[in-house]
Ligand binder design. Structure first.
Ligand code: BGP
Length: 492
């Protein structure tokens, strides 16, 4: 078994979890810079201040409602720890890290650009030259090793100033700001970058509206408007990218989870269907080019009114994403028979457990077939090239005294995932551009803000409170992935 010659291998990261240097080089604050650390049991919190001086911190839990108190704006406060400020310090380690990626044989390095490093307030007229210079150095370093950057324009990094002044993506002003920012970077990095993703996991707008859209009031109305505004921004950026350089390709980025019914009761299948509609609404619009009827009906029922224009829908249909990329880590089980599932011991705090699969310490099922299922689902629906840009195993790795890390569990997980992708390509004929695992190097967990939930091929010496030398240690999976890439997926 091996992939075709055009298939690309690599790893992924995000500025808010990896870059650090949060107040260096003229960078402004972003949404995650005011998000505290959490843990498996304690949620991360957005810290805020009201005009009357009152302060507080509101928990942010994926899949739950989110709203700051009236009048509160997100602010950094003393006495809290903010893990994004340091990340794992790519800002000062980029040379060393890119060299390590080159040693593994990466074709592609997925990273995000910190919007507020380029435009500190998100919509400044002129860019911050020091910010532009930083990514120039990064891309030049990549070019040295023949590594192609895949750049996410916004990976939850909405500039804080756009949140405090406009309430985040619910305001159409953010469309213009994002297009202006994209225009600057696409012109500046012309010839250095040709693969772009607009919004990381655009469906985060529904699951975690503060992350996805910088929404401080995540009401259904605001989420609907926020998603609409990001669709318009995305279409405008696709148009712009093609005008700036015909070699540019702009992808959508979707958080994908497979859903399985717990029983063969059709009611369970309906639950699965509805969960998929919620997720695929975002790709139906951004990649498929039209609003699906099930969503329009939902808006009608719920009294949601979009601030839109006829031109919006023209843009959506004329400039869909060039390809569809997605994250996929796990599958979920849904049922209307919770009592039965509970009686069989298949219900945990995280929901219904799949009795056929093992889970990691954070309750995420490790599913060896999930990528074949995801790839077929998306290929059949859109017939657009696909790219798996996030997939990996979070684990509390142990650094041995001799500097080694024995992460055979990660190797086993990734081996199954690669086989699953290979099946989708060779058995089912899916058009798959490549694979960037999460993550290239250890970084801060998005969901918990912890450091101990590690995903990388390279261990970084840093703990949950930012203590540690930041020294890099290749794990066993580093040497394994190097072999996989060298054999184009044959030697697993
Ligand atoms: C995705 C995000 C990433 C990443 C990953 C793993 O949702 O795009 O930023 O962090 O999930 O999640 P976590 O870090 O919570 O384990």
């Amino acid at each position: 078994m091996a992939f075709n010659k055009k298939f690309t291998w690599g790893g992924a990261t995000a500025a808010n979890q990896y870059e650090g240097g949060y107040d260096e080089g003229g960078k402004g604050l972003n949404a995650v810079d005011v998000l505290t650390n959490g843990s498996a049991t304690e949620p991360r919190k957005v810290t805020w201040k009201k005009p009357n001086g009152e302060t507080g911190a509101t928990p942010l839990v994926w899949g739950q409602d989110f709203k700051l108190p009236d009048g509160a704006v997100p602010t950094m406060l003393d006495g809290y720890y903010y893990p994004s400020h340091q990340g794992t310090d790519f800002y000062h380690h980029y040379r060393e890290d890119i060299k390590l990626m080159a040693e593994m044989g990466f074709d592609v390095f997925r990273l995000s650009m910190n919007w507020s490093r380029i435009l500190p307030n998100g919509d400044d007229e002129k860019p911050n030259e020091e910010g532009l210079a930083f990514y120039d150095k990064v891309f030049d370093e990549c070019a040295k090793y023949g590594i192609e950057p895949l750049v996410t324009l916004s990976h939850y990094e909405t500039p804080l100033s756009l949140i405090t002044r406009f309430g985040g993506w619910k305001d159409r002003h953010l469309i213009d700001a994002f297009v202006h920012y994209s225009d600057i970077v696409m012109n500046h990095y012309k010839g250095k970058v040709r693969y772009w993703l607009t919004f990381n996991e655009i469906n985060a707008m529904d699951m975690a509206p503060y992350m996805g859209g910088g929404l401080i009031d995540g009401s259904e109305q605001n989420r609907a408007q926020g998603a609409h505004n990001q669709f318009i921004a995305s279409a405008k950026v696709v148009k712009l990218a093609h005008e700036i350089d015909p070699n540019n390709r702009v992808g959508q980025m979707l958080a994908y989870s497979a859903y399985y019914p717990y029983t063969c009761d059709p009611k369970d299948q309906i639950k699965v269907m509805e969960a998929k509609q919620e997720m695929l609404f975002f790709s139906d619009v951004q990649t498929g080019g039209r609003y699906p009827d099930y969503r329009l009906k939902q808006y009608e029922r719920d009294g949601i009114k979009l601030d839109d224009t006829p031109e919006d829908y023209e843009l959506i249909s004329k400039y869909p994403a060039d390809f569809l990329s997605f994250s996929c880590y796990t599958s979920n089980v849904l049922t209307t028979h919770e009592a039965d599932a509970k009686a069989s011991g298949n219900v945990t705090a995280g929901g219904v457990k799949n009795p056929y699969l093992e889970s990691n310490a954070w309750g995420w099922a490790t599913d060896p077939d999930v990528l074949r299922i995801a790839l077929n689902d998306l290929w059949d629906r859109y017939h657009k090239p696909l790219w798996v840009v996030e997939n990996g195993l979070g684990s509390a790795d142990t650094l041995e005294k001799d500097g080694s890390v024995h992460d055979d569990y990660r190797i086993n997980y990734l081996r199954d995932q690669i086989k699953s992708m290979h099946d989708a390509v060779t058995i089912d004929g899916v058009d798959l551009m490549g694979y960037t695992t999460w993550s290239a190097i250890d970084l801060v967990s998005n969901g918990t803000g912890e450091m101990k939930k590690r995903y990388g091929f390279v261990y970084v010496d840093r703990d949950d409170r930012g203590h540690g030398s930041l020294k890099r240690y290749p794990k066993d999976s580093f040497y394994w992935y190097k072999k996989v890439i060298a054999s184009n997926g044959k030697d697993l």
